[in-house]
Design a protein around this ligand. Structure first.
Ligand code: SF4
Length: 433
């Protein structure tokens, strides 16, 4: 018995007569459809012109065009529960350690990334404030209300980090500065440091410098795609979206120069058609620059142009998670690892007993991202169930327990004799619900 709802968008069974990785040829996005004129640029919301009324919970259908940044931001469901603006419980974790804030406008994001729930093509059927993003809803909350609450909590705040997520919008650069300044005017960055999840398409190196000057701690670039071909197919010309691989790398290099070692990073989604060798070569490149990679397991976001495609098989994901951890935190290099003809990891490049020790610590399988206050290799940004359902976890938002580790070992095909996994044992009522 389990208290978790069943979901249908799951990875295929491991090696059940199929692939144990998402190959390039099958990970093809659908073409975006046409948007009626009356739905473009948030027109429905602007026409209704209802005044905002404090916290907005998604699907309230209050079409409030003035509910926009910098006065308003959206926050993840986990952050809203932790802040106390929304009721709810999360499987396995009492709270999130990262206050993820997303800029919001009735016009929404003007880009069209194929895997993203916020993409422009969705304006035909869903207003921006009601769109799901990394599998959850994002309530809109007045910025002043958020700052008042975190500021009054002082050092007792549950948050180890705040992150401003920019989107592709003409106001995004200026409003990010305004949100950051409003935050650092009231909240000591030593208490809650700030990360920026940037939008390189609209930015210059000077913009990166201004964010650093205003007190941002870490700057990240969401490459998302691991190769230029996948980038172009999922967030560039392939889906009528404005982003380019070269511009993203220009801003990533600017972040390296301006923020310095360990203070910049790149987001990468695993399972969009790249090989394991592709993604781990990129991870090594970022480490060699002095940064970190923050990994996401591809999940077919409902309403996105890739919602018909399979989630990343857990075998592929666990191999990449483990290898990425070794490169980022254990000084192992991609050149030490061995790969098969399909680019899959077949040897992690370190002795078996060392590998076993790292697997058993479990940290490699936790959500990766900017660090919190516990230790450098434990992310504040735990994004509960942002890349999988709780019934089949990809990134663990909590420390994996003994049953979780048995499951992980089965997914890696590295079960210990006499300590094998029983299907569903980690979900039993009483352990975490
Ligand atoms: S730019 Fe970011 S928010 Fe906008 S569609 Fe692409 S991934 Fe989504």
């Amino acid at each position: 018995m389990t208290c978790l709802k069943r979901e249908v968008a799951l990875p295929g069974p491991a090696k059940a007569g199929g692939l144990d990785h998402n190959a390039f040829d099958i990970m093809l996005p659908r073409a975006p459809g046409l948007t009626p004129v009356e739905a473009k640029n948030g027109q429905r919301v602007k026409t209704a012109n209802v005044p905002p009324e404090g916290v907005y919970l998604p699907n309230n259908n209050r079409l409030a065009p003035h509910m926009r940044s910098p006065d308003y931001v959206q926050m993840s469901t986990a952050a809203a529960i932790t802040l106390g603006v929304m009721p709810g419980k999360m499987y396995g974790c009492g709270c999130t350690r990262c206050l993820n804030l997303l800029l919001t406008y009735p016009e929404g994001c003007r880009a069209n990334c194929a895997y993203c729930g916020l993409a422009r093509h969705r304006e035909a059927d869903r207003d921006y404030a009601d769109r799901n993003f990394i599998r959850v809803n994002w309530p809109a909350v007045p910025l002043g209300q958020i700052i008042d609450k975190v500021s009054s909590d002082g050092p007792a705040t549950p948050f180890h980090r705040m992150c401003i997520s920019m989107i592709t919008h003409p106001r995004s650069d200026a409003d990010t500065l305004t949100v950051l300044k409003a935050w650092t005017d009231r909240i000591d960055p030593a208490t809650v440091p700030v990360s920026i999840l940037s939008n390189p398409t609209t930015m210059t190196a000077e913009d990166v410098g201004r964010l650093k000057d205003l007190g941002a701690d870490i700057f990240t670039v969401a490459l998302d795609a691991a190769t230029p071909e996948i980038f172009d197919r999922t967030r560039g010309k392939g889906v009528a979206s404005p982003h380019s691989w070269s511009k993203y790398w220009e801003i990533l290099r600017a972040a390296r120069d301006i923020f310095g070692p360990q203070k910049f990073g790149a987001h990468i989604i695993v399972g969009m058609g790249e090989t394991e060798h592709d993604v781990l070569t990129l991870v090594q490149q970022i480490v060699d620059m002095g940064g970190h990679s923050h990994m996401f397991c591809f999940f077919p976001e409902k309403g996105s142009l890739m919602d018909h495609l399979p989630a990343t098989p857990r075998d592929q994901w666990r191999r990449v998670q483990l290898a990425r951890y070794l490169i980022d935190y254990a000084q192992v290099r991609v050149e030490q690892m061995r790969f098969d003809a399909a680019g899959r990891v077949v040897d992690f490049g370190i002795p078996e007993f060392e590998l076993d020790t790292i697997i058993d610590k479990g940290i490699a399988f936790r959500t990766s991202g900017c660090p919190g206050k516990i230790q450098q290799d434990i992310s504040a940004c735990d994004r509960p169930y942002g890349d999988s359902p709780a019934s089949n976890i990809a990134s663990y938002p909590f420390q994996p327990g003994a049953a979780d580790l048995r499951k992980i070992r089965r997914q890696l095909d590295r079960e210990k004799p006499g300590d094998t996994y029983s299907e569903g044992e980690e979900l039993e009522i009483g352990e975490r619900c």
